[in-house]
Ligand binder design. Sequence first.
Ligand SMILES: Cc1cc2nc3c(=O)[nH]c(=O)nc-3n(C[C@H](O)[C@H](O)[C@H](O)COP(=O)(O)OP(=O)(O)OC[C@H]3O[C@@H](n4cnc5c(N)ncnc54)[C@H](O)[C@@H]3O)c2cc1C
Length: 239
Amino acid sequence: MSIIKTIINKTCHSAVVIHKEQITPSTYHVRIKINGNSFKNYIPGQQLRIFVGIENIISLNDLVRTYSIWNYDEFRNEADLAICTFSNGQGAKWVKNLEPGNIIYFRGPEGKFTINPDADNHLFFGDISSLAHLYELNRHTGLSKTASGIVYSSSKTHYFDDIYPKRNFGFITASDNITDDIIAEITWNGIPKGNTTVYIAGETAFCVTLHNYFKKEHNFSAKQIKTKPFWHPDKKGLE
Ligand SMILES: Cc1cc2nc3c(=O)[nH]c(=O)nc-3n(C[C@H](O)[C@H](O)[C@H](O)COP(=O)(O)OP(=O)(O)OC[C@H]3O[C@@H](n4cnc5c(N)ncnc54)[C@H](O)[C@@H]3O)c2cc1C
């Protein structure tokens, strides 16, 4: 066993894969049973840093990837993940080869792309790699709050329903300028009156454009716009 693998085994949290299912041509649903109490302070909207490259460590760039917690069942100490393969990178290869019974190692849960509890309305925007994260936020807005969302992809076949559906999100087939299409949709539907927070995730350029749109066109404050780039073209393993 390599030194790096030994250190990871000794210092990181672990879980056992108890279910794996391909739910769309590009996404796998993975359920893990967590060993220990690493999730005791879990906040919906956090993510794991999973060691996807420890079986054959060639490059540190391909060692760790970030995946959101789609759902956490605290009574069973089990978590669901939705892992996409659009990238064809190390994480995509790892999930294709993953099998029930495998042990996975991770850091976290961690992250601040979580619900703003002060908001009365929540709007979610992202791509398919952020869909599970947005679903988890959507389920934790609080009963009295309003929420809606729009996600996009090159084909509707990539879209999947939430694990415990609460509210549906709208879907847009990606064009050359997806942000214009989403802004047109927002203009058509209007922004809810009152205290609204928007959550924007996915590709960096998409996040930046929508962030600026809400800031400049709707005078949203920094606190009302939560943005989290999930991936950037030609960059591996964006955190
Ligand atoms: C906070 C956070 C939460 C995340 N949660 C999830 C999640 O729940 N599920 C999930 O599937 N992903 C999630 N991601 C995104 C995931 O970490 C990246 O897509 C990661 O790059 C995948 O690793 P990889 O080894 O497969 O590809 P990499 O080796 O990292 O990338 C290979 C190539 O593919 C490109 N690429 C990466 N992602 C995509 C994509 N989605 N579409 C098109 N091209 C891409 C890269 O730019 C690069 O050129 C999350 C990211 C962050 C920051």
